[in-house]
Design a protein around this ligand. Sequence first.
Ligand code: GRG
Length: 294
Amino acid sequence: MKTNFEHYLEEKKDVFLKELGRYIHDLDIPNRLKESMIYSLEAGGKRIRPILLMASNEAYNSCPNKIYSSAVALEMIHTYSLIHDDLPAMDNDDYRRGKLTNHKQFDEATAILAGDGLLTYSFSIIADDPNLTDQEKVHIIQKLSKASGPQGMVAGQILDMEAEQTPVNLTSLENIHALKTGELLSFAVEIGAYLGEATKEELQYLNEFSYYLGLIFQVQDDLLDEFGDPEKLGKPVGSDVGNDKSTYPKLLTAEGAVAKKSEYLKLAENALSQAHAGDSTLAKLMNYISKRDR
Ligand code: GRG
C-alpha cells in the first residue's frame, strides 16, 4: 500500500507533467528537434526539482499558478544537462533511465541541439508567463541563469571533469557538488518560497538547507553508484569505482559516507526549522532524497 507521501509525489508529478505538456506539445519547431527534446523530457525521471519547487511554495503562501513556468523551465535545464553530460565528449553513456541516451537514439548533433533548445527555451517560458510580474520574471531569470551557468552547474561540471584526472579532498568535493547539483536544487527551493512570499531571513535559511540537500543528494548518488541496483537505476553501476574519481565512499569509506550524510541531514533539518518549514513536505522530500534507491 502506498504511503501518503508516495501519493503526494505521484500527484505532484502528474500535475507537473500536464504543465510540461502544455509547453512542449504545441511548439512549432522542426520535427526532429521536437522529437529529440520530447524524448528526453518524457523519458521518466523522478522530477525531484519541480516537486521541490512546488513543495517549497506550499510551505509558505501557496500560489500554484505562478510556479509552473519556473518548474517547467528548471526541469528543461536539468534535462539539457543530462543530455550533454551523456555525450561522447563528456561521460559517453549509452543508457539513462533505462532508455538509450539522446545521442544514441538520435545522433550527436541532434542531441547537442536538443540540449541547446531546452536551455534557451526555458528562459522564454518564464519571460512569457502572464501570471508573473516583470519584477518576478527578472528575478527568476537572473537566479536560473546564475544557478545553471558558468557560476553554477556549468562550473561544477568542468571542476568535476578536472577532478577525474586529479583526486580532490573533501572540501573541493563539496564545492563541486554544491555547484553541479546543489545550485539547481537551491533554485527550486528558493523560487518556490520567493513566489510564496517567504521573508528574506527565511530565504537565507532555505539557502543553507538547500546547500546541504545538494550534498545529501550527492552522497546518496555516490553510494548508489557503488552499491545500487542497476535495474532500479536504469543504468550500469560502478562507473566511479574503476577510475581515480573522488567520491564520498572513496574519500571516507562507505560507513564514513553514511555518517557524513547523517551530519548533513542534521544541519539541513536545523536550517529548515529556522526557515519555519520544519514540518513541511520539504522535510519529507529531504528524507526521500537521502534514502532514494534510483
Ligand atoms: C553538461 C553543463 C552540463 C552539466 C551536467 C547534472 C550534471 C551536470 C551531470 C549529471 C551527472 C550526474 C550523475 C550528476 C550528479 C547527480 C545528478 C544531477 C543526477 C541526476 O539527477 P536525478 O537523479 O535524475 O534527479 P532524474 O533521472 O531523476 O531526472
